[in-house]
Design a protein around this ligand. Sequence first.
Ligand SMILES: N[C@@H](CCC(=O)N[C@@H](CS)C(=O)NCC(=O)O)C(=O)O
Length: 296
Amino acid sequence: MTDTAEYVPPKVWTWNKEGGGRFANINRPIAGPTHDKDLPVGRHPLQLYSLGTPNGVKVTVMLEELLALGHAGAEYDAWLIKINEGDQFSSGFVAANPNSKIPALVDRSGPTPIRVFESGAILVHLAEKFGAFLPTAPAARAECLSWLFWQMGAAPYLGGGFGHFYAYAPTKIEYAIDRFAMEVKRQLDVLDRRLAESPYLAGDDYTIADIAVWPWYGATVKGLTYGAGEFLQVQEYENLLRWTDQIAERPAVKRGRMVNRPYGDPAEQLLERHDASDFETKTQDKLLAAKETAPA
Ligand SMILES: N[C@@H](CCC(=O)N[C@@H](CS)C(=O)NCC(=O)O)C(=O)O
């Protein structure tokens, strides 16, 4: 690794496969599949291919919220995509999402399967399909979509910018950490001021804007992302903390954040979800206990 203070970019960038840092095994300067493999398909109308990161959790929370409202058509199979092992580069996944990132949804409820990628597009697809969590009155709808798209534009500065340079980059670069910490604190203040005005981001009602923003900014304001709570002085954002805690109490949110989650408390890890009963019977603690008591 060249010292950043001395680094002079060459005329033409070249791919140094060994020098890519923590995500070197999956980072590539090219798109497209690396191997042939179809995606599995379960029995439900909606097939989700994902992982329990903040981007994945948005969709599993939305699906659980829809089911909680009684929309049986939102039943889904959630398949685990191990991005550290390159599952997002299979031919099947690339057909569902040419951008090779989770989450990807295939809606098989009609005669022809519809692929939907990008978490924001998936939330809008589901909200419109079931007529839920997206206001129809023009002003409220505009406010909801504005915060939804705000999240899509803002979060890369939090994850790819701040998180990368604060937690993952092989050298600590003051300029980069300072620049992105300033931006993340500004974003937290944007949300905090908005949530001083109204209970939810789009107004009085809980919408897909809250569902999109909560996994990233709720976790950050609770100090759960990148171990940076003290560094960012997150306790300052009282309205954001109030909103975060309120959403965390929703039963559908509690379920949604367990799906496709391969880390943390085994009782909160449901690696794949194919039935509502899986939350009771297939979490990792239960599967491991069953394995230990099974006759050899
Ligand atoms: N803008 C995308 C971001 C999706 C995204 O960055 N997904 C990450 C995990 S959180 C991923 O799949 N990374 C795998 C890779 O970059 O190869 C969305 O909102 O869906």
